[in-house]
Design a protein around this ligand. Structure first.
Ligand SMILES: Cc1cc2nc3c(=O)[nH]c(=O)nc-3n(C[C@H](O)[C@H](O)[C@H](O)COP(=O)(O)O)c2cc1C
Length: 193
């Protein structure tokens, strides 16, 4: 597969089984996040890796967080979250080490973390692994973030080996989201009725 084929065919998946990346593979994969565009070289990304016997404890913290931030959650949703966090081969908590007082705006720092996460998803796919970025109201929970040693959460990556053949969903036509500017404001095909 060429690099372009890889980038054009990557898809997220939560149908994951063992193995997760080895420690060496994981460092190579996370190394691609260090190639994210990073204004001011602030390196705002942080990764907390949870696997094996530590997963049930994380799942309990997730459930406790839901009780704080989503107290109306139905029991089925709580149990689904508990099971997913307790059984995914590897979970990577995406942390943001932000500097609100820095001259580089906060939103640029957050986008840098996101760009790093995208590189990780591509690197997982390129190395035969799979993953998906999940969030939910609990990423706003400062207590959960602190329990992980983070000041701010950007979500979680579920990571493992795709269970079965990779399904590549149909992608949108990029021309719909692109316009050439000739001195007047553009319009996009994607925004037409
Ligand atoms: C910041 C962020 C948070 C997300 N949170 C969730 C989530 O909580 N649940 C979910 O099903 N998808 C979530 N997604 C979307 C999936 O990660 C994924 O992009 C989506 O399933 C589409 O798959 P694709 O990456 O193959 O296009 C999130 C994406 C981003 C960027």
């Amino acid at each position: 597969m060429t690099p372009m084929d890889m980038l054009l065919s990557r898809a997220s998946t939560d149908r994951l089984q063992d193995p997760a990346p080895s420690p060496e593979q994981l460092m190579a994969i996370l190394g691609t996040a260090m190639r994210a565009p990073d204004h001011g070289r602030l390196q705002p990304w942080r990764y907390v890796v949870i696997e094996g016997q530590d997963r049930p404890a994380l799942a309990e913290r997730i459930v406790a967080s839901m009780a704080r931030v989503e107290p109306e959650s139905p029991a089925a949703k709580i149990e689904k979250r508990r099971t997913r966090f307790a059984t995914m081969p590897m979970i990577i908590a995406l942390g943001m080490h932000l500097q609100p007082e820095h001259k580089i705006p906060l939103w640029e720092q957050e986008m840098c973390v996101a760009a790093g996460a995208m590189n990780i998803l591509n690197a997982l796919y390129a190395t035969g692994f799979g993953g998906v970025w999940v969030s939910g109201a609990l990423v706003e929970d400062a207590v959960l973030a602190a329990e992980l040693g983070l000041s701010r959460l950007a979500g979680f990556l579920f990571v493992g080996t795709p269970d079965g053949a990779q399904h590549t969903p149909k992608r949108a036509d990029p021309a719909l989201f692109t316009a050439r500017w000739h001195g007047q404001p553009v319009t996009f095909g994607a925004d037409k009725d």
